[in-house]
Write a new protein. Structure first.
Length: 208
């Protein structure tokens, strides 16, 4: 059932619970990292490897929701499964709206816990794959010259070649040359594919 290479990060200020859940997860074949507080997790950055976080709500220092917010600000891809003995509907709703993968109440059965962990790991794989694709697209766009980037953005916003030529003070022939270079560097065969790249990278937002 376990996923090779995945690390389950358990954040809970109850040492007996940390030990118990670690034994349960390790018996299921998972690698486990234990933290007694949210601050300790942040000091020992879990990175962006395959894994997930099992997180308590009420803890000394940063509570679970505060840690969730901090990790979101850090753009962490690790999904969070809340596992708490102090759950209530408002807290669970807030956690899920903020992006938590699941919200479980202690005590939890092994099957329920493992199922939640596997869903979280599947989500983590998707997030990492998506981030990898975006990084590749950013690398392609970074290869554009400043003028090619200007042409690219105007074309992506629906301008015609002659409109781009007018706005940038160049001939249509020059625009076409830049457009050809953009398509080659972005490794696309159609303007629609180029526009999709701009959209995925958020380049068409106002002020970009």
């Amino acid at each position: 059932m376990s996923t090779p290479g995945a690390v389950i990060h358990v954040v809970d200020d109850d040492p007996r619970f940390r030990t118990a859940v670690a034994h349960l997860l390790e018996a299921g074949g998972y690698q486990v990292a234990l933290y007694q507080s949210g601050d300790q997790l942040l000091r020992n950055s879990p990175g962006d490897g395959l894994g997930c976080i099992l997180l308590d709500v009420r803890m000394s220092g940063l509570d679970g929701l505060e840690l969730q917010d901090r990790l979101k600000q850090m753009d962490s891809v690790l999904p969070i499964v809340f596992l708490t003995g102090h759950g209530d509907i408002p807290t669970s709703v807030k956690a899920i709206k903020a992006g938590a993968e699941d919200f479980l109440s202690k005590p939890v059965s092994k099957n329920t816990l493992f199922a939640a962990v596997e869903r979280a790991l599947a989500h983590c794989r998707e997030q990492r794959a998506s981030r990898g694709q975006l990084d590749n697209l950013r690398a392609l766009v970074s290869a554009l010259t400043s003028r090619e980037r200007e042409v690219f953005l105007l074309l992506a916003r629906g301008r015609l070649n002659k409109q781009v030529a007018f706005e940038l003070g160049m001939s249509e022939r020059t625009v076409k040359a830049h457009r050809h270079a953009v398509m080659q560097k972005l490794k696309v065969t159609s303007l629609a594919q180029a526009v999709s790249i701009a959209e995925r990278l958020g380049m068409l937002a106002a002020g970009t």
